[in-house]
Design a protein around this ligand. Structure first.
Ligand code: FAD
Length: 307
């Protein structure tokens, strides 16, 4: 395993300018603080580096996983085979000219929201308190009932699996609840949004109200991956988990939050196996009690045991 990683690193070192790590523990890079190692992790220097990286991965038939801030991800304990492309330090440009906002995929969603608020632009308030990068937010159409990131999207620039850059308009992305369709293997590198002029004081007031509400209703003091399950149509996954009397159920270092039934928190030392056990229990009991089949909102990646 390590031999394969060393060989891949050597191959990449010849052609990549970005930073390359081998057997890097992904618990250092996920919001949950859970996850085994990435065989190889690369921080591409720029879009050309990304293209070369994707081409090498394709030529060598190496699997690729794109990582933003890892705030919507459960990485399994055996880690991730192949290359993890970490975009949290690349594509960080951000600008607002009139109502047009252009933003690199590695920019934190909180930074995007702050720039919009400072510029007196309204539309992103629903993203208050959503961690992660703009690339990850677009991939999962992140948001709240007050709005999602794709509501104001004009286009994204992606690098597809053949290394070509393409612009996709929102209409080409088949957007839905916590989802959007991208060409297979496409990596988002930039996005453009059009926002309306708002009243700065009202924008700031909405943001603080939403922040206070989030802090009161979510277990913000613990590590988590946000909501574990998608809300079923017309209902709330957290309500169903509560109805099944599963709040505060523990397994190892993981617990179904007592504050919000749709959060599993890492109390310290939780493994992915602990989290999956709770996920399975919640799905089984909610189905038995209510007939509803809960669907995962988080992305589960990697292998359960040693690779
Ligand atoms: C405390 C907490 C609260 C949260 N609250 C909310 C909320 O209110 N609403 C909500 O929608 N979400 C919420 N989330 C989930 C999460 O913050 C969002 O989904 C976030 O947008 C994910 O961004 P990320 O950069 O962390 O993505 P990651 O977790 O790194 O990746 C998520 C997915 O996107 C893919 N991806 C990431 N970047 C790119 C890219 N550039 N190109 C292509 N694919 C990419 C990854 O491969 C993966 O499949 C919350 C999470 C936490 C921990």
């Amino acid at each position: 395993m390590v031999k394969g990683a060393v060989r891949l690193r050597e191959r990449l070192q010849d052609v990549i300018r970005g930073h390359i790590l081998i057997e890097e523990p992904l618990c250092r890079h996920t919001y949950f603080r859970i996850g085994g190692p990435a065989e190889v992790m690369v921080y591409p220097a720029d879009v050309e580096d990304l293209k070369v990286l994707l081409a090498v991965a394709r030529d060598e038939s190496v699997p690729v996983l794109v990582l933003g801030s890892g705030s919507n991800m459960l990485v399994l304990d055996g880690g991730v085979e192949g290359v993890v492309i970490n975009l949290s330090r690349t594509f960080l440009d951000l600008s607002a000219v009139d109502g047009l906002v252009r933003c690199g995929a590695g920019v934190r969603t909180s930074r995007l929201l702050a720039l919009a608020a400072r510029s007196g632009l309204t539309g992103f308030e629903g993203l208050t308190g959503v961690p992660g990068t703009v690339g990850g937010a677009i991939r999962g159409n992140a948001g709240t009932p007050s709005g999602t990131i794709l509501d104001h999207l004009d286009w994204i620039r992606v690098v597809d699996c053949s290394g070509e850059e393409r612009l996709l308009s929102r209409g080409e992305m088949n957007t839905g609840y916590r989802s959007c369709a991208l060409p297979t293997g496409a990596v988002i590198v930039e996005a453009a949004f059009t926002l309306r002029k708002g009243v700065p004081v009202e924008i700031r007031r909405t943001i603080s109200t939403l922040l206070v509400r989030r802090n009161l209703t979510q277990p913000v003091e613990f590590r988590s991956a946000g909501c574990i399950f998608k809300n079923p149509l017309g209902d709330f996954a957290g309500r169903l988990v509560e109805l099944a009397e599963l709040k505060r159920l523990r397994r190892g270092g993981a617990e179904i939050s007592g504050t919000h039934g749709n959060f599993i928190v890492n109390l310290g030392g939780a493994t992915a196996a602990d989290v999956l056990w709770l996920v399975d229990r919640a799905r089984t009991e909610v189905r038995a009690k209510t007939g509803v089949a809960l669907e995962l909102e988080i992305q589960v990646v990697g292998s359960p045991g040693a690779r």
